[in-house]
Structures are given as structure tokens and as C-alpha cells.
Design a protein around this ligand. Sequence first.
Ligand code: M6R
Length: 367
Amino acid sequence: EKAGFDHFMLKEIYEQPKAYRDTMMGRISADGRSVELKEIGMTPEQIRGIRNVHIVACGTAYHAGMVGKSLIESLARIPVEIDVASEYRYRSPIITPETLVIVVSQSGETADTLAALREAKRCGARVLAITNVVGSSVSREANDVIITQAGPEIAVASTKAYTSQLIAFMLYGLFLADTLGTRDKDWIADVLVAMQKLPEQVESILERAQVLKQVAESLAKHDNLFFIGRGIDFAVAQEGSLKLKEISYIHSEAYPAGELKHGTLALIEEGIPVIALITQEDLYEKTLSNIKEVKARGAHVLGLVNEGTEVEVGKSIDELFAIPRTLPLLSPALSVVPLQLLAYYASLARGNDVDKPRNLAKSVTVE
Ligand code: M6R
């Protein structure tokens, strides 16, 4: 049932183009100009009444939520807070009936996420769940549910569930923007066109997996490395770092590129690998200057850039991997794919049990 792949994780990475298509299917109007989320029971009146959004999740789902926060804030201009579920309940969050709480969970059974959902409902908030499992506890208890159509995810390391959650957030952000009138219809139509190109763009990344295998084999020789990025790239950097830690057991940290010189730069020494994400044009110069800072201290830099970006390899960046061009806010759906492959091949090179990493379970049903 691995369909010819060596591991479920690799199979699931390759299933992403289909997962993107399936998650979008039936949710874009026939004229391609708006998002249709028939499963959302909120009236336009209720949507206009949302004062703030809380996103609550664990692990990889939390990282999808970080991207979701950027999307909702930029598309719908509603303030969003985000918490890991195990922290949320214990910090006495200010939840009112005008708060929309979005819980994100692949399995829909994560104990902390479920507890957060119940707390939100107790405070009178409306809860939207983004989950992959129909009939899961989270899907049954939430007021509204968006099902990601990733199909069953078996590997402990989440891949296609994460990217399907990104697609769900993109659709939901556009749906809010349309309802609230924060973005005009032509703009929304352009984003939907770009979204529908994502599956084939992922395919073009997957075709270059061998290049990443080679990079991963050299990363696997290190015990420490860093991921850096700004804005939405930082959110993806965190997911790349978690993926690498959980299956390769290589210690890594994701850092907002501009924050390095406030302490972490002290850890940069000769030969340490730094994976830098630079997909956001408006932040390009700033991130490049941070890259030069680590390079000057001897780091070996792998840059993840948009196709066509002119960077002088060898000077500030040692190796480049280009991702196809898309709109800046959609880039996480592409830039995470090479990071998933790096984690997979690094785990393989280290001889680990890729699908069942030590100490971890697929579904965490204890708090
Ligand atoms: O089923 P959930 O999405 O609620 O699971 C949340 C986390 O346990 C999960 O994403 C975990 O971080 C993955 N193993 C990461 O690959």
C-alpha cells in the first residue's frame, strides 16, 4: 500500500499535488471569481461581527496556523492571535462571543487541541475546525468544519496534511476577504488562478528531488543547523526545522533572520549549515544582508529562492534551490516541499525509521 514508494512519508509528499486539487475541488465558483464554502454556516452578518481570531493547534498544524495568521490578517484585516494548544488554556485567553477560534488538527483527536476547542465554546466563541478526518472529535464538536482532502496520512511526520491546511487557510482567507469587501473581486480571481497552478508547480519541484537528496546527504553529517527567514518564510522555516528534527534527529533551530544578531549569531561557526528562505521580494534585501552575516562567520548557506532571482552563488550563498514563481502569499505551499524532502533524505541517510520516529506517536491523545 506504499504504492511503490519506500516509505509512507515519501508517498505522502508525492501525493501533495492531488491533495491540493482535492482540497480546492468544489470550493471555487464556476466563473473562478470566488470561494464557495458551503460548509460554513456563518451568515455574512455574523462574519462581519468577528472582532478577532484565535488560531490554536499543535506541532505541524500550529505551523500551518502561523501561515494562516498572515493570510487572514493580510486578506481580511482581522487581528489574529495564535497559540500552541497546550499553552492556550492556561494563559486565560480573552475569548468573547465575538472571537472566532480556529482549531487546526490533521487527526481531529489531539487532546490539547480538543480541550482548547471546549474552552473556547464554554466562553461563547464560535469554533471553526480545519481537520482531515470526517467524524473526528474535533469535527463533531466544532460549529463549522473545513475538511482538508489530503486522504489518510500514515507517516508520523505530517506533510500533505500541512500543505492541505495551507490551502484551506488560503480559501478561507479569500472567503473572508470577499464577504468583508477587504479585497476586490478581480484581485481574488487572480489569486484563485495562481492557486490552481500550485499542484503542477509542486510536481516540478518533485522532479528535482535528486538534487535535494544530495544536499540532504551532506546535511546528515552535521549535528546542528539553522533555518532562517522573514515573515511568512519564517513560518515555513519553523516547519522545515520540526520536520528535520523529528525524523533525522539532527538538532535545528528556525530563526527570524533579523533576530540572529540578538544572540544566536554566536552559535554560527565554520561549516555550520544554514538554510535560508528568501521568497518574499519585499524582504529580499534585508534577508540577504542577514545571510551575509552568517556567511562571514563561515556558515555554509543553502538558499531557497524564487526562480529567476539573481543571486551570485559562491559569494553570499553556497547552493541555491529555486522554487517556481507564485504570488508571495502562496509561496509556503511550494517552499515547504524541498524542506520535506531534505528531512526525508537526511533521515534516510542516517538509517532512521522514517515513518515511525523514536518517541513519537501519530496522534497525541494525552495532554
Ligand atoms: O493530528 P494533529 O494535526 O492535531 O497533530 C498535531 C501534531 O501532533 C502533529 O502535527 C505533529 O507535530 C507531527 N508529527 C509533525 O510532523
